[in-house]
Design a protein around this ligand. Structure first.
Ligand code: UDP
Length: 376
């Protein structure tokens, strides 16, 4: 079977943000792309669908946040944002705390009322735990930032079920994603720009791909016909798993997967917040999202909630989070060196680069690749 029937300039594997941005920018420059997508829809994990007037995020909560003005202006070409600011509540065995770690959390945990009191409490717990110097793992990093009480109630259980391994076996950088603040500020992110698209994320992709120079084939798996694709196309942008591209020849990179359970209710407000984290070890899910609270104009009397359950990954499941421990990072390096030799393929996106990327980072990386490719 011939695939490059229209003399496409690019084959783009994956219709997530990296692939869609590349196709859009290529089309702007008169280049023709064929995008093939394994799933039945565009948008990758950013995909949303509308139900009873509510934009439901099918692959978990996606809140766009960035400090990168170029990226913010770029995505704003395709959508308006609603000004949503993420403020997460943690439920630890029925006790409620504000996240990320801030003066509200410290007050709820210890009754302290000033930054000095909070800092003293944390210092004392850190010293008692014998933590000093550079943190070697997530546990040490967490205790050194916010002490043992918060670590044991809000981090340890959540982290170990989320990742399926001990906090002492996880890299410290994962916990540094969350702000620690000595102010009464519950904003989950430190970034200047933040929000959720008013019409959902899928509309952004529909706009990006709406071009005579872009063809899209969904339900098509690149790996089933890799050899033919590589032969026929002058250039390929590949956003699938890098180890899969090389037939796992050096071994399999590990991922963590999640699954979602969605439920609808006849109610205007079920849990009172967009995201509630369940931070104990026993509750099998990590968080529950109530989509209408992501600043939506939902129909009265209807609400939709999604529970997020972490699970082990194998090749039959969706790969969500790369496990950036030492073994995997070094294995990725080996694949990366191999990828450098394949000149006609650009590897991109979270799976192609094996990175725990936020959306804005994928946007930034795609725009860099565009700049490199087109030199403008
Ligand atoms: N985390 C935690 N308790 C929480 C929320 C997060 O211990 O209530 C830790 C956990 O290790 C998690 C990491 O912080 O993997 C990063 O959290 P974030 O919300 O950024 O994760 P994501 O939204 O990317 O899944």
């Amino acid at each position: 079977m011939k695939y490059n029937t229209k003399k496409y300039d690019y084959l783009i594997v994956g219709a997530g943000p990296y692939g869609a941005i590349f196709a859009y920018e290529a089309a702007k420059r008169g280049k023709r792309s064929l995008i093939i997508e394994k799933r039945a829809h565009v948008g990758g994990n950013m995909y949303t669908h509308k139900e009873v007037g509510i934009n439901v995020h099918d692959y978990g909560a996606h809140i766009f946040h960035t400090d990168n003005k170029i990226v913010w202006d770029y995505i704003n070409q395709f959508t308006e944002f609603n000004g949503y600011v993420n403020q997460v509540v943690a439920n630890y065995k029925g006790e409620l705390y504000n996240l990320p770690f801030n003066m509200n959390t410290f007050y709820q945990m210890w009754g302290v009322k000033t930054p000095e009191e909070a800092a003293a409490k944390i210092e004392k717990q850190k010293a008692a735990a014998g933590i000093s110097g550079t943190a070697k793992n997530l546990e040490e990093q967490a205790i050194s930032l916010i002490g043992t009480d918060i670590y044991s109630k809000l981090i340890k259980g959540y982290t170990e079920k989320q990742w399926g391994r001990k906090a002492t076996e996880l890299p410290a950088f994962i916990i540094r994603r969350l702000p620690v603040r000595y102010t009464f500020d519950n904003n989950y992110f430190n970034h200047r720009y933040q929000g959720v698209p008013v019409d959902g994320y899928t509309a952004i992709f529909d706009k990006m791909l709406d071009s005579d120079l872009i063809d899209l084939k969904i339900n098509m798996d690149f790996l089933e016909n890799k050899t033919t694709f590589v032969e026929e196309f002058p250039k390929i942008v590949y956003t699938g798993m890098i180890d899969a591209f090389f037939d796992y020849k050096y071994g399999e990179l590990e991922y963590r997967s999640v699954r979602f359970e969605r439920e609808s209710f006849d109610s205007d407000n079920k849990q009172g917040n967009a995201v509630i984290n369940y931070t104990d070890a026993k509750t099998p899910f990590t968080r529950v999202m109530e989509w209408r609270h992501f600043d939506q104009k939902a129909e009265a009397g209807k609400t939709i909630l999604t529970k997020e359950y972490p699970q082990d990954w194998d090749r039959t499941k969706e790969a969500y989070y790369p496990v950036n421990d030492e073994r995997n990072s070094s294995l990725f390096k080996t694949y990366r060196e191999e990828a450098d030799k394949v000149k006609k393929v650009i590897f991109g996106g979270r799976l192609g680069n094996y990175q725990y990327y936020d959306m804005d980072q994928v946007f930034g990386a795609a725009l860099k690749a565009v700049e490199k490719e087109f030199g403008d």
